[in-house]
Write a protein of this length. Sequence first.
Length: 159
Amino acid sequence: MSNDPTPPETPTPPTPPPPPAQFPAIIPQQQAGDPLPRSGPYYPNQDERTTGMLIHLLAILTGFIGPLVLWLIRKDDSRFVDFNGKEAINFQITILIILFSVTIGGGIFSLLTLGVGLLILIPALFVIPILALIFEIMACLKAHRGEWARYPMTIRFLR
């Protein structure tokens, strides 16, 4: 026996590893002026994803009226639905402005060039809606997967 006054050290149990993240961090990087929620990983539930998908699907079928109605009804239920509704409405309004501008500008250009401007105007009036349809389908699929999709080249009227 020893006359040492210190008690023998008891081994401390190892600290458990931190629990794995419940959902992957799918929210994109923060950008200046970006209204996306950034308070940590957020994954929408099935109802939110379905509503987000329906908002974009209604944009394809009804223009901005369908997404506006569904967004006004469900915007307070979820951040995800609110975000997708604003994105769909902003994109539809932007497309309307672009089509109106191209039609007026192309019409004036066609008058000034004695109809030659129609060679630019008519294809543009077909290409713009086709591109809009592609972007809307992509946003619809992303919303269904629970991703926070942003339309390209969109004027953000609603923030």
